[in-house]
Design a protein around this ligand. Sequence first.
Ligand code: 6PG
Length: 237
Amino acid sequence: MIQIFDDKEQLSQAAAKLFAEEACKAVAARGRFCVALAGGSTPRQTYHQLALAPLCEQIPWSQVHIFWGDERCVPGDDPRSNARMAHEALLDRVPIPAAQIHAMTCTRNPEASARRYQALLQKFFEPDAPRFDLILLGLGEDGHTASLIPGTAAPQERVRLVTPVQKPGEDFSRLSLTAPLINQARMVAFLVSGPAKAKILRQVQAGPRDQFPAQLIAPLNGDLCWLVDKAATEQAS
Ligand code: 6PG
């Protein structure tokens, strides 16, 4: 399902409302809400909206558990850190217990860090398999999502739940949830904004399948929604 909004502000409000609705549903059904946040810049406004009334007061923060879809292996105070952005925009502004924020800490050994985060997920969700109530994702201009980067082994990973990723040209590694884990989610929501994403959005939506990592995202027993603004749907010039 694709929803088109007039601008990024409307998109962000809708995404924040979706987060709040899914949180209330999950807590009512299972006593907790497990969500994996997206990184990058698009979701910042959504996170900001979640920290403001009325949504902030509607969300049962004491039963919310925060995870990440991916993270860059940089210090926590590095401007490139996805966790830092989420803390600035949201997590430092709402009454969520610190123990319920499950950061994707990545040390100098991304391989070991990936294994550690996978173990954290498996322990958290046991005896069930890891399954998020909601995963927020962005879309890169090369068709990546989370850190499933084209040209790396990450998009093809079918066994591991969390994988290390080395994007060519970057002087830092990344960790990413893999497609099999993302596709276990009850709901996956892509947030896509701006004219720079118009071409890739059209290619991902209407082009040949299995061209881009973002096309791997198809929840097996869940919902997929695309929240996009008009600028991201204009015919690319
Ligand atoms: C990351 C993100 C990444 C992001 C897209 C879109 O860590 O880089 O998780 O997948 O969502 O690159 O980024 P923007 O929202 O900044 O366009």
